[in-house]
Design a protein around this ligand. Structure first.
Ligand code: FES
Length: 76
């Protein structure tokens, strides 16, 4: 069983900064940890055009970042 699972939330239309490095304490969003920890990564800016339910990727390996595509189930 994977230790990851998506974070599913009802989001409002707008701009989001998805954590791409996995170090944020505010998953699934960036809290600046990528910079403090010198991960070499930066957040992905995502614009939602309308209110919608989102399954945010937390394993950071989705082929459809920042959205979950089920990859977490295939990694440990
Ligand atoms: S904390 Fe992970 S990308 Fe910013």
């Amino acid at each position: 069983m994977s230790r990851f699972s998506p974070i599913v939330r009802d989001e409002k239309a707008g701009e989001y900064h998805w954590c791409a490095c996995g170090e944020s304490q505010s998953q699934p969003f960036c809290d600046g940890a990528h910079s403090r920890k010198n991960t070499g990564k930066s957040p992905m800016v995502v614009k939602l055009e309308s209110d919608r339910k989102v399954a945010w990727c937390t394993c950071k390996h989705s082929s459809n970042k920042p959205f979950c595509d089920g990859t977490h189930a295939r990694i440990s």
